[in-house]
Design a protein around this ligand. Sequence first.
Ligand code: FES
Length: 155
Amino acid sequence: MAVSAENAPLDAVIAPFLKEPGALLPILHAVQAAFGYVDDAAVPVIADRLNLSRADVHGVLTFYHDFRRKPAGRHVLKLCSAEACQSMGANDLIAQASARLATPMHSTRADGVVTLEPVYCLGLCSAAPSAMLDGQIVGRLTAARLDTLIDGIAA
Ligand code: FES
């Protein structure tokens, strides 16, 4: 794929990594940091620049949960779904959040207000169940505290 004006912003993000070994992951992180997500249209461009197949890039992109393939909502609520949090009631909190926000996990509400995602351990197991709202970690989450968080973002 040729370098084009259409791809110029993407190429500007990719270029600093092209000489590095194992550049795919750093590039995907950089693209997400720059654009908020990794658009499907970026996959063939990245594959071309790294001389990889589209399947190689797609495989890595879809393997890691942290890569976003669509724009996120204005708020991102991540609920820990790993074992310690599950043992402390995380599944009930996930169901509560999903119902209150009318949004299934792994998705963004239609009005773009919030994205609801699982996360697999926030390193706060001793304060399980845990969550992260817009980058801020919340421990010892209860149904009441979750309602308060949701009131703050979806009011
Ligand atoms: S399992 Fe949830 S914070 Fe570690």
